[in-house]
Design a protein around this ligand. Structure first.
Ligand SMILES: NC(=O)c1ccc[n+]([C@@H]2O[C@H](COP(=O)([O-])OP(=O)(O)OC[C@H]3O[C@@H](n4cnc5c(N)ncnc54)[C@H](OP(=O)(O)O)[C@@H]3O)[C@@H](O)[C@H]2O)c1
Length: 336
């Protein structure tokens, strides 16, 4: 049994805990919060956690010999220091997305993990989703790849407060914003499939908060030489358009890049100058049989069981590359 401590008692930890409950090889034995009250409130929302230890210091949690691993569900700017503290004390770490707020931080985290011999993985749920895996398994079946087009646009419940002058952590200038918070869902899977692009071009819109500008929506063009990728992301409007990978021999389609519910393939028809029927789609995978957060914990438990310290899917290289792309994209628009 892998004994976890959860750091942060916000709603993401509530959501993630549902996924943990479906993984029998993991138990939650400690809750770490900035206040005892918040930790107790978390436990009262999840009564089966009664008896879990409470910490108000990440360092003290990290030093608890009865804890094997931590889940970090706190704002982006804490990921680097919490990860380093926990790795140093010998814990395995599952850290929320985005991995860090800068490339420098991401590289330090990867280096610390490799030196520690402990498992460090970014909690990016999209890539472990079984429908995404079915999509990924077919990429060699649609001929030479030409285009990836993906978007994740979700009108944020925190945008209303932002307009009233209250900045939630997801909009914090310099540490969050739409690309780190939302665009990453379309970007990370791309990087796990194709690695680092040759070039990145970024265009975005900013909103002026009391602490400085933050990006609220935008797009990325990523040049992979023979394949081009485009990504659109937003925290101020929705999108209902699926993700598509286009090859010369057909297309792969995912209904939703963050939590895919269906993957389809559509072999292309003989060329007809647009006069023939549309390619027919076949479902290759549909539905998920667990809570959407379960799969990252299953991967974590599988890796520990196999004595591995890195995921082949959410690898340290993927996490570092994604943060470096984000850093470059923000820099092109004079954002930190
Ligand atoms: N995977 C997903 O689906 C998903 C969804 C949403 C968010 N996220 C990620 O989860 C992380 C947290 O996002 P969120 O929107 O939940 O953030 P949040 O609500 O601002 O903070 C989450 C919790 O972190 C603790 N916290 C808040 N501010 C802190 C600070 N300055 N220093 C240390 N701890 C602090 C609080 O818990 P205590 O009061 O207990 O200390 C808070 O409830 C982000 O990195 C975000 O990108 C992932």
């Amino acid at each position: 049994m892998v004994k976890f401590g959860i750091i942060g008692t916000g709603r993401i930890s509530d959501w993630v805990y549902k996924g943990i409950q479906e993984e029998p090889r993991i138990s939650v034995n400690a809750i770490c919060s900035r206040t005892e009250d918040a930790a107790n409130a978390f436990i009262s929302r999840h009564p089966e956690l009664a008896g879990a230890k409470i910490y108000t210091s990440v360092q003290e949690l990290a030093e608890d010999p009865d804890i094997d691993a931590v889940y970090i569900g706190t704002p982006n700017q804490t990921h680097h220091s919490y990860t380093l503290a926990c790795l140093k004390a010998g814990k395995h770490v599952l850290c929320e997305k985005p991995f860090s707020v800068s490339g420098q931080e991401a590289r330090e985290m990867a280096e610390a993990a490799r030196a520690s011999g402990r498992l460090l993985m970014e909690a990016m749920i999209s890539t472990f989703n079984p429908n995404f895996r079915a999509f990924a398994d077919r990429i060699n079946s649609i001929g030479p790849l030409r285009q990836y087009s993906s978007n994740y646009c979700q009108y944020s419940s925190k945008y209303e407060s932002l307009k009233k002058g209250i900045t939630a952590s997801c909009f914090q200038s310099g540490t969050a914003g739409a690309l780190r918070d939302i665009g990453i869902y379309a970007l990370y899977p791309l990087v796990t499939l194709f690695g680092r692009p040759e070039k990145t071009l970024s265009s975005l819109t900013t909103y002026q908060t009391a602490d400085g500008p933050t990006d609220i929506h935008g797009s990325l063009l990523l040049d992979y030489g023979q394949m081009q990728a485009s990504i659109t992301y937003s925290k101020v409007c929705d999108s209902l358009v699926p993700t598509e990978l286009s090859g010369e021999d057909g297309n792969l389609i995912l209904d939703d890049i963050r939590i895919a519910r269906r993957a389809e393939i559509a072999p292309h028809n003989p060329p007809s100058s647009g006069q023939g029927p549309k390619p027919e789609r076949t479902i290759i995978a549909e539905g998920i049989d667990h809570n959407e957060y379960y799969y990252e914990f299953k991967e974590f438990a599988d890796l520990l069981e196999a004595g591995m310290t890195e995921s082949k899917i959410n690898s340290l290289d993927a996490s570092v590359t994604v943060i470096e792309i984000i850093e470059e994209a923000l820099k092109q628009n004079n954002l930190k």
